[in-house]
Structure formats: C-alpha cells, structure tokens
Design a binder for this molecule. Structure first.
Ligand code: 4NP
Length: 152
C-alpha cells in the first residue's frame, strides 16, 4: 500500500514545523504515513530544531532532537500529497514554487483545520519566550488531531 505523504512547512524549519512533524508522527501509524518538515528559508539547513521546541516536545513525550533543517524546493510537490504551512507568508512562498493546479491543491494553512477559511497564522515563536512555544504546541496538537481524523 502506498503511504500518504504529509509535509509541514514554516520559515526556519527549526521551531514550528519540526514540532508539527513530531506531533503528527506521534499520532499516526508510521507504516502508513511519511511525515516530514521543511522551511522556506535556508538559514538553518542542517541544524537541529530550536532548543525550546525540543523541550516542549519532550515535555509531552515526543523526541524531535534528531531532526535537521532543510529548505523547501519544488521537488517537494512531487514527493508529498499534502503540504501544511504555518502562516500566510509560508503560503505565498510555497505557492510561488507550484507548477500546476495539482501542486497548488496540495497546499493549505494548518490552522484551516480548526478555523476553515479564516487564514489564521501559527505565530512565529522564535523571538518570544517559552510561553510562545507552549501555545504553538497546543495549536499544532489540536490541528494534528483534525489531520489524523481526515486521513484515518
Ligand atoms: P520557524 O521559526 O519558522 O518556526 O522555524 C523561525 C526560526 C528562525 C528564523 C525565523 C523563524 N530565523 O529568521 O532565523
């Protein structure tokens, strides 16, 4: 059976999308799904996730310390079935690399799962405190529950 391939995208691929990847992976059967994350920017290629994302994930029993940053490319459209972006700026950057209607149809904002059509961003916690990471975790956990319902 073909696996369903899901990609999480943010800007740096060190705060939000690695958390989303870890959370979703923890909810789904890895024999049936491929789950990955990437960033539209290239500053953190090869880097582990932000310590604060690693810590909040660990608090909820999820280990994301082994993930490494990589940059989104147009090849990701060939390799994934569903692409969830964290905010409207990610949406713009990802759609800029789409080559077809089919590519564009794969992309949605992750909080559309909770607030359909409202274009709600997952706020970038990078420049804030630890609270921001807790809030992002809670949002992504709820969103990933909906993604799980969609695909199982
Ligand atoms: P992320 O957060 O997009 O959730 O990984 C960021 C991390 C780093 C930077 C921006 C956003 N940065 O500019 O280095």
């Amino acid at each position: 059976m073909n696996k369903t391939k899901i990609l999480m995208v943010c800007l740096g691929n060190i705060c939000r999308s690695p958390l989303a990847e870890g959370i979703l992976r923890n909810k789904l059967d890895i024999n049936k799904f491929t789950i990955d994350s990437t960033g539209t920017g290239n500053w953190h290629v090869g880097n582990p996730p932000d310590k604060r994302s690693v810590a909040v994930a660990k608090k909820y029993g999820i280990d994301i310390s082994g993930l490494r940053g990589r940059q989104f490319t147009s090849l990701d459209y060939q390799n994934f079935d569903h692409i969830y972006v964290m905010d409207s700026s990610n949406l713009e950057n990802v759609l800029a690399l789409a080559e077809s209607k089919e590519d564009r149809a794969k992309v949605s904002m992750i909080l559309d799962t909770l607030f359909p059509g409202e274009k709600v961003d997952v706020p970038d916690p990078y420049y804030g405190g630890d609270d921001g990471f807790e809030q992002v975790y809670a949002m992504l956990d709820e969103a990933c529950d909906v993604i799980k319902q969609r695909h199982t």
